[in-house]
Design a protein around this ligand. Structure first.
Ligand SMILES: *Cc1c(COP(=O)(O)O)cnc(C)c1O
Length: 358
């Protein structure tokens, strides 16, 4: 069976060895006589799977003991509400930096629950950069950022220095792409389907002192306290996705951890950006200092040519290169599971296309 190079922004590629392992364990997980899909989440065998996944993630990201790891549902989008419902409880105010579509949505959702101050936005240049912000409102309950902007291909080149104000980051498309210092953040959340697992699970890493009483109107399912007290098993967790995420964490550990992953990702992205910087046909859209390692956005400047490229690339086995509808152009999402050969093959194809169309 031939696999193609899939540049989808999410759900996206998973490591082949992880898919093979999941396949080999599909009918009979570790002698249990059943698939992980069919297992009670209250069984000892499943408890071992979720405990191992958490332990491996803690090791990979070097998560300090005073942080809880939660495996939740509802996607990153549900966290747009859960964050204010749980954290906007002291002063009812929060600061947001808008660096793309998702952080804009997060800010808008938070307005339902309190006062949102948008400190900066990069909308003026169609989100091709990340605003540099150094001043925050002292009475904010938290500051929210979107670490990697999936649609526009930018990443924070700095950690906002918010002092005592908790920093909350949507890391959906950047998590596990390189080491980060978890203690720089009070809360990190990420949907699984970009760089961790199939869709269905949302990871929340939260500093324990922030797990308090949410707003009275907050549903139990969105309360961090409820999930933390129940070991992510207040109700049925996304069992199978957590299992695959666990396999991905093991894959990363076997690879040598996030330092090694970062080197591979820098090499991969470097191949593509180097070509784009020197191409006469294609141009990268993100400003240099905030280029994402995970989502590489580019254009020809001519929408018809973009279309031609996307269609010919797709026919040649490079799928999902069309940019998001609000950004236009092209986007190659090259998450951890995209092999270096996939990026090399794409650049070779782009060179050929440029020769034929330049
Ligand atoms: C994909 C994505 C989301 C939305 O995730 P869902 O799981 O679909 O809710 C939010 N933020 C970022 C940065 C994303 O990449």
């Amino acid at each position: 069976m031939d696999r193609i190079y899939n540049f989808s922004a999410g759900p996206s590629m998973l490591p082949v060895s992880v898919l093979e392992r999941a396949a080999s364990e599909m009918l009979n997980y570790n002698g249990s006589g059943m698939s992980v899909m069919e297992m009670s989440h209250r069984s000892a065998v499943y408890q071992q799977i979720i405990d191992q996944a958490e332990a491996d993630l803690r090791k990979l990201m070097n998560i300090p003991d005073n942080y809880k790891v939660l495996f939740l549902q509802g996607g990153a989008t549900t966290q747009f509400s859960a964050v204010p419902l749980n954290l906007m409880t002291k002063n009812g105010k929060a600061d947001y930096i808008v660096s793309g579509q998702f952080s804009g949505k997060a800010a808008k959702e938070a307005e339902r629950f309190g006062e949102v101050r948008v400190l900066a936005s990069s909308k003026d240049k169609n989100f091709t950069y990340v605003p540099y912000v150094t001043e925050f409102n002292k009475d904010s309950d938290y500051v929210h950022i979107c670490y990697n902007n999936t649609i526009f291909g930018t990443v924070y080149p700095y950690v906002p220095q918010t002092g005592d104000i908790p920093l909350v980051a949507d890391m959906s498309s950047g998590i596990l792409s390189k080491p980060i210092n978890v203690s720089d953040y009070a809360l990190i959340y990420a949907g699984a389907q970009k760089n961790m697992a199939p869709a269905g699970m949302t990871l929340v890493i939260i500093r324990e002192d922030l797990i308090g009483d949410a707003m009275a109107c907050c549903p139990d399912m969105l309360r961090y306290k409820v999930h933390a007290e129940n070991g992510s098993m207040y109700n049925t967790p996304p069992c199978y996705t957590i299992y695959v995420a666990g396999l991905v964490y093991q894959w990363l550990l076997e690879l040598g951890g996030l330092e090694v992953m970062q080197k591979i990702n820098e090499k991969k992205a470097g191949i593509l950006y180097d070509y784009l910087d020197n191409s006469k046909l294609f141009k990268p859209t993100a400003e240099k200092e905030c280029r994402s390692l995970m989502n590489v956005c580019f254009v020809t400047g001519n929408p018809d040519m973009d279309k031609k490229f996307i269609s010919e690339a797709s026919a040649a086995g490079f799928s999902n290169l069309k940019g998001h509808r609000v950004a236009g152009g092209m986007r190659a999402s090259i998450y951890n599971a995209m092999p270096t050969e996939g990026v090399e093959a794409l650049v070779a194809f782009m060179e050929k296309f440029e020769k034929a169309n330049g």
